[in-house]
Design a protein around this ligand. Sequence first.
Ligand code: AHG
Ligand code: MN
Ligand code: MN
Length: 337
Amino acid sequence: MKDDTHVVTIDRHIIDQERLQPEATGAFSSILTDIALAGKIISHKVNMAGLMDVLGRTGDTNVQGERVEKLDVFAQEVIYRAMDHTGHLCCMVSEEHPEPIPIPEKFPAGPYVLVFDPLDGSSNIDVNVSIGTIFAIYRKVSNEERGTEADCLQAGRKQLGAGYVVYGSSTMLVYTTGSGVHGFTLDPSIGEFILSHPNIRIPDPPARYYSVNEAYYSRWSPGQKRFVDRLRGTNGASGPGFSSRYIGSLVSDFHRTLLKGGIFMYPSDERNPSGKLRLLYEASPLAWIAEEAGGRASDGRRDILDLVPEELHQRTPFYIGSTELVSLAEEYLSEDG
Ligand code: AHG
Ligand code: MN
Ligand code: MN
C-alpha cells in the first residue's frame, strides 16, 4: 500500500515544474492552479447535474450556431470568475463568446492569454457521458495593456501551457508546460488533484483503435475513405482490422487515444470543408499534449501546431494520436491532391 504521505498534489507538481523554468515568476503557475480550482467546481456540478436544474438547454445558440447547454454557461462563468481578477491575464477567448473577453477595468491586467472550451462534448451532458474542459495559455505579443485579437491569434507552438479536464468515471486533469505530460486524478474526499499518471507517453505499438464519426463516410474525400477502409481491413485493404471507438466527446476520445494509442479523426467533408473542431481551443492544446507524449496532430497535411489562426473560432480538420497512424492518414489524404 503506497504511503499516503507521498501524494503529489497538482499544486506541488506545478511548483516543481515552475522550478524547471529559471525565468518563471509564479504568475503562470498561479493560472494553472486557478484552472484546477475551476475544474473542481465544474466537476462537482457535472457530478450533481442530474439532481439540479442544470441539465438541458438555455434556449440560446452560441457563436458557432450551436445550442447552448446550461452547463456550458455554468462552466464558462466558473472559469471566467476564477481568472478575471487575478491580474495575470490580459484577455480570454472562450468557445462561448464571439469576441475576446476583456479583463474588467477594475482589475489589473497581466501578460498572459487564456483560451478555453469551457465544456466540450455538450451533446453528451444529459445522457451522463464523459465531457471535458480544454485550455491553453499564451504570452501576449502586443504592447497593449489589455489584450488584443493579435494576442489571441497565435500558433500552437507559442503555447506556454495546455491541458484538459475530463469529467468521467473519475475527474482527471492532464497538462503540459513543455516538460512532459502529467495526469492528476481528483480525490473528492480531500478535494485535491493527485498525481496519478506522471510522464504520460502514447503507447508504441499503439492499441488498434480508430475514432471517427462514420455517419459522414459518404461525404469524405476518396483518400479519407480509403484510409478508413484500410483501418477496417475492408475492400481488400491489407492488414487485420482495427476496433472503432467513438464517444462523441473530443476530450474523452482524445484521453483514450493518449493513454492507449490509436488515432482520432474529425475530417473535413463536403458539408464542412474545414471540419468541425476549433483550432485555437480544441485542436492546438491537444496537439501539444500529443506531441509531448510522443504522438502527432495534423490537419491532414500540416502539423496543427504550425497553423496560425486567422480568426478566433476557425475550424480545422483534425487527426491526432500515434505518430505512425497520423502520418499514414496524411499519406492517404495526399492522394486527394
Ligand atoms: P463542444 O461540445 O465543445 O461543441 O464540442 C463538441 C465536439 C467534440 O466534443 C466532439 O468530438 C464533436 O463535437 C462530435 O461531433 P459529431 O457529433 O459531429 O460527431
Ligand atoms: Mn468542444
Ligand atoms: Mn464546448
